[in-house]
Design a binder for this molecule. Structure first.
Ligand code: SF4
Ligand code: SF4
Length: 438
């Protein structure tokens, strides 16, 4: 079997959070491949743990991909501060064509536009992809999963960090479908009476109040925080209120734009203009501004830059959703010129930790010695970019570990889903499959 078929058969998707089916990227042609180990979401350490403990597989995965896409430049990007991960990656690269590229400790170093520019000096065209400048970017865990796929092993496990208000912050290897509750218990339990989770991180993650939410192929981790934490409070404010406050309180100071990493790279993203658009609509009704189209939803404008604690990122998200509905295509400037303050205005993670009021939770979260196990797994049918997969099993049926339980519709973007352990199918719903261990 060729690599692309092995990756498809193993159900590998972008493990950094995007969930893009990995076989699609491996079908590209490019001269550069980059392993994204930047991991800039504060408090998450799972990519560093993957590099520390699976560096040989990451390097093997990137070399296989490089051969498939024709890339001569093979780069593993890691923050210099992750010293053990850097050492492991360097040792694994020895004697190969792969090399390690060290990143400074700023947010969002892992944004593909920023990463590709940082490593190649090339600027992705507006609304384009890395492949448009002959580069392919894959998360480090995705690459380790690609190496496993080449050896015939499917994706049935995930590496996640549990951090924040827990007794023992740690990174775990877990079966897909395990509950976050079980992972939090393995981290010694929550240390606050009213825990709320930022799943996927504080900046770009989702606020989750249900700890029984399962781990999927794209879960990078969960930050446990008290419900009264200021960032949780801000993120839980209803969208209508966010828009109403923005409409009345934005003084057009431009801080959101001046700190926007896409604006600083030279793209036409100006969140203060998006906020201005709020003023021309009835509160809470549809509005859009093309100044949001190239926003990467990093959250810096809302959670770091805005002195009024407003919601420019959320206004950009609303605008982008409307632009997508209208099937609007980028027709703005094609030329990109890096802002002279690009390097000087980067946001150090230390400053971000302080602004997010989470410095007290900034602890190492090393990989636990033993992988977690579970007797029950809940497998959402959508764990990838594209439409949900279709269940290929029925309630009551027995499945072997690694057996396919759902597949994308013919010709649809998606990935196969496999049973993480030998199990009986408890139920098959419209959105998920429940399994009980045999
Ligand atoms: S930083 Fe805040 S107040 Fe200033 S323009 Fe942006 S949204 Fe408005
Ligand atoms: S979320 Fe805000 S800071 Fe980030 S890219 Fe979008 S507009 Fe810029």
């Amino acid at each position: 079997m060729v690599l692309i078929d092995q990756i498809r058969a193993a159900g590998v998707v972008g493990a950094g959070g995007g969930g893009f089916p990995a076989h699609v990227k491996v079908a590209s042609r490019a001269d550069t491949i980059i392993a994204n180990g930047a991991e800039c979401e504060p408090l998450l350490h799972k990519d560093a743990a993957v590099l520390e403990h699976r560096a040989d597989e990451v390097v093997q995965g990137i070399l296989l991909c490089a051969e498939a896409i024709g890339a001569g430049e093979i780069v593993i990007a890691i923050k210099a501060k992750k010293e053990k991960a850097v050492a492991a990656a360097r040792a694994a690269c020895a004697g190969t064509r792969a090399r390690v590229h060290l990143l400074d400790d700023y947010y969002p170093a892992g944004d593909e536009y920023d990463l590709v520019y940082n490593i190649t000096g090339r600027l992705i065209p507006p609304a384009g992809l890395p492949v448009h400048v002959r580069a392919v970017v894959q998360n480090v865990e995705t690459l380790a999963n690609i190496a496993a796929a080449a050896a015939g092993r499917s994706v049935t496990r995930k590496c996640i960090t549990i951090a924040g208000a827990v007794a023992h912050p740690a990174t775990f290897e877990v079966p897909l479908g395990i509950s976050l509750r079980a992972c939090i218990e393995a981290a010694g339990g929550a240390t606050v009476p009213d825990p709320v989770l930022a799943v996927g991180g504080m900046m770009m993650g989702e606020i989750v109040t249900d700890p029984d939410r399962p781990v999927t192929k794209t879960t990078a981790g969960a930050i446990v925080l008290p419900a009264r934490h200021p960032v949780i409070g801000r993120k839980q404010k209803p969208p209508r209120e966010q828009a109403a406050i923005g409409k009345s309180a934005c003084d057009q100071c431009r801080y959101c734009t001046e700190f926007c990493p896409r604006y600083l790279l030279g793209y036409a993203v100006e969140p203060h203009q998006v906020m201005r658009a709020l003023g021309f609509t009835a509160t809470g009704t549809a509005h859009f501004s093309e100044w949001a189209a190239l926003c990467c939803s990093c959250g810096l404008c809302t959670l770091y830059a805005c002195p009024e604690m407003l919601y420019p990122k959320e206004a950009c998200d609303d605008s982008k959703a409307l632009l997508r509905k209208l099937d609007w295509k980028w027709n703005g400037p094609r030329e990109v010129t890096v802002h002279p303050m690009h390097d000087g205005r980067r946001v150090p993670i230390k400053s971000l930790l302080s602004r997010l009021s989470i410095e007290d939770y900034d602890h190492p979260a090393p990989l636990a010695a033993n992988p977690l196990t579970t007797r029950r797994a809940l497998l959402p049918l959508k764990q990838h970019a594209g439409p949900p997969a279709l269940a290929s099993v029925k309630a009551g049926q027995q499945v072997a570990a690694g057996e396919v339980v759902a597949a994308p519709a013919p010709d649809a973007l998606g990935a196969l889903l496999h049973a993480p352990f030998a199990a009986r199918v408890e139920s098959v719903g419209t959105t998920e499959i429940a399994l009980s261990a045999l």
